[in-house]
Design a protein around this ligand. Sequence first.
Ligand code: G3P
Length: 217
Amino acid sequence: MKFFVDTADVSEVKAIAELGLLDGVTTNPSLVKKAGRPFKELLQEICAIVEGPVSAEVTALDAETMLAEGRALSKIAPNIVVKLPLTWEGLKACKTFSEEGVGTNVTLCFSANQALLAAKAGASFISPFIGRVDDAGNDGMNLIREIRTIYDNYAFETEVLAASIRSPQHVTACALAGADVATVPAGILQALVKHPLTDKGLDAFLADWKATGQKIV
Ligand code: G3P
């Protein structure tokens, strides 16, 4: 499973990229608001740090303007992926971008049927929002499993990009369900390495090693 970081904060992208485990980045208008910086400027900086796909979301509601916005965004760097909402207009724009060879991430997916439509429109990625499905009282992970099964049934190449991840447990469940990508907030990505028994075991090994009086180098 690939790891993307879900942020528009350049310092977070740098910190995660330094871990050597970063496969891409997803942004959205709320994350851009939080970053408090010009969208195109921060995209340029993120694309200079990360070789993998960097999702940049359009804000128009009609396909024609989505195409204009997406083309402007994709000029920023070759690894920009145009993020489009899961509406008929978004799907129309997705189909055109797919025919032109422009990468797309169809976002705000909350049902298997929506994911089926995005795949048929040629989306590079589909973004089911599992945390928000859970918030609404349903099972977000079941949505990932349904999409995985449908895509495998018909050999769709659209990658399942699990989004709205809220915990390390979500990450494990995504990997078990066969998501291609998990886009994860930086804090949760950093928390994945933590386990109290690792810390306890390391303390004990180091204490015993010290008692031997030896050095490796
Ligand atoms: O990638 C989508 C994600 O940012 C949404 O997460 O926590 O706002 O539902 P959340």
